[in-house]
Write a protein that binds this ligand. Structure first.
Ligand code: NAD
Length: 474
């Protein structure tokens, strides 16, 4: 392969590499690969004394399960191919983590940083209106979520727009996920994708053979990590890995350069700096490096691209030194680079698994909205009461038998606390990430013709999508 494939071609090539190893009925492979539909809308909004025209997309890749699910991205250069590639990844991601959705994705050509909040509200409501009237936002048909350039605010606006246009729909709030908790969201959604990256790495490091395949050893503690993109996903992943697992974030790469500290950057401080200064230049918490992209090639144990697609490509793949890459972003490694890296023995934890924490918790949010009750509301106090019974009984036995045993206050406090929504969400996410990794891993180890986790992940996902189509008689 000599020329660099585009994002959608890359996804297709990776899909093809897996599908040739399968025995699907004739034609089913093509049906699963193609994007079912893409709606392109151009709409005008009256802004700053004139009318500005915006272009938006909503692609539906696969409807083998409905609703279809996938984020909406706001970016100046978003285009149809990119949205279709992202929609395809959503299909395989949902299948891999057993979220009962087809794949979809949306995009709006806009640089959100160029607009005031009230202007973004107008634009978002208008875009949502265009999608809602075609059922491209709908609790049982198509459920968006945040992606690059969007967050809780945009999701709350879209949900509100849907409710205004569907005043009697009791499930209106389930039309979009990633809403703030006070507008029907769920605890732990904002951090979910980064948290999922952390859980994925924890699961990887539970398997010494897998760690050895990357030429590494031991646990996450002390591992040197480079993170590209300190946005929603990159920030949470970096924060949790450094504050909870003892990893050192030696480099953070942003749009305007990179920051370096061999002892580990204080991620919360760097994040605050970026929020108030718009970039990492002049940040006092590390050494500034102007050539950010070159930092991808620095020595480290783990590389976490968490910004945009295509950053590891045929130009720099040979120079990447990281033995382990976890794709927190969608499509950060092109198909060509993937081949180069695989030949070098780099272990890649692929996007369709690595960043599935977001859609997993979105699934929990959707279920919460449809069931109209917060997770844990019925069980929490009952669970606490049962634990208290045991603690009281143990303390009575200790007293009556004169053993003098006591439960440590820390144990008691933790044991007596029933699980609230956040604990349940984290537990569900952790379970999902572990089970999905094990499914990929089983294929990786059990088949001689599968040498990487990405192909293994695609095999698991395509197999599940194929079963779903077969069950429909296709
Ligand atoms: P975001 O907009 O919150 O953050 C992106 C960050 O990357 C920003 O800090 C931005 O400044 C930085 N960035 C952009 N271009 C860059 C470049 N060329 N070099 C260095 N830094 C750059 O976006 P996000 O929601 O964190 O999404 C990041 C990636 O993760 C995307 O690929 C997205 O599709 C994927 N993803 C996001 C979610 C989610 O829940 N938000 C879920 C799954 C996958």
């Amino acid at each position: 392969m000599t020329t660099e494939p585009g994002f959608r071609q890359s996804v297709d090539l990776m899909f093809n590499r897996a599908v040739v190893l399968m025995d699907l009925p004739p034609g089913l492979e093509e049906k699963i690969r193609v994007c079912n539909s893409t709606y392109v809308v151009r709409f005008g909004v009256r802004l700053r004394g004139g009318i500005q025209t915006f272009t938006g997309y909503r692609s539906v890749h696969s409807e083998h399960m409905e609703p279809v699910k996938g984020g909406i991205r706001y970016a100046a250069n978003v285009h149809q191919d990119e949205v279709e590639a992202l929609a395809a990844l959503m299909t395989f991601k949902c299948a891999l983590v057993e979220a009962p959705f087809g794949g979809s994705k949306g995009g709006l050509r806009i640089d959100p940083r160029q607009y005031e909040d009230h202007e973004l509200e107008q634009i978002t409501r208008r875009f949502a209106y265009e999608l809602i009237k075609r059922d491209l936002i709908h609790p049982s048909q198509n459920v968006p979520a945040p992606d690059m350039g969007t967050g809780e605010r945009e999701m709350a606006l879209m949900a509100d727009q849907y409710a205004r246009m569907n005043t009697t729909d009791i499930n209106a709030r389930a039309c979009v996920t990633g809403k703030p908790p006070h507008a029907g969201g769920i605890q732990g959604r904002v951090e979910a994708t980064g948290r999922g990256v952390q859980y994925a790495l924890r699961e990887f490091f539970r398997h010494p053979e897998d760690v050895a395949q990357a030429g590494l050893e031991g646990k996450l503690d002390g591992k040197r990590i480079i993170v590209q993109g300190l946005g929603n996903v990159g920030y949470h992943a970096a924060l949790f890995l450094s504050t909870e697992d003892g990893a050192k974030i030696t480099h953070v790469i942003e749009r305007d350069g990179a920051l370096h500290n061999p002892a580990g950057l204080d991620i919360a401080l760097v994040h605050d700096w970026i929020a108030s200064h718009g970039g990492v230049r002049d940040c006092p918490h590390g050494t500034y490096i102007k050539e950010g992209l070159r930092v991808l090639e620095e020595e480290c144990d783990i590389l976490i691209p968490a910004a945009v697609e295509g950053v590891i490509n045929m130009h720099n793949a040979h120079a990447i030194k990281a033995p382990l890459i976890i794709e927190a972003a969608n499509g950060p490694i092109t198909a060509g680079a993937d081949e180069v890296l695989r030949q070098k023995g780099t272990v890649i934890i692929p996007d369709l698994y690595a960043n599935a924490g977001g859609v997993t918790v979105s699934y929990f949010e959707w279920v919460k909205n449809l069931s109209h009750i917060r997770f844990g509301r019925m069980q929490r106090r009952q669970e606490e009461a049962r634990h208290e019974l045991i603690v009281n009984e143990l303390e009575r036995l200790s007293r009556d038998t004169g053993t003098g045993w006591t439960l440590s206050p820390h144990f008691k406090e933790r044991y007596l606390r029933g699980a609230g929504e956040l604990e349940l969400v984290r537990s569900g996410l952790d379970d999902t990430m572990r089970v999905a990794y094990q499914a990929m891993r089983e294929v990786w180890y059990s088949r001689n013709d599968v040498t990487d986790l990405r192909t293994a992940g695609f095999l698991v996902s395509i197999g599940r999508v194929a079963s779903s189509y077969k069950a429909k008689g296709l």
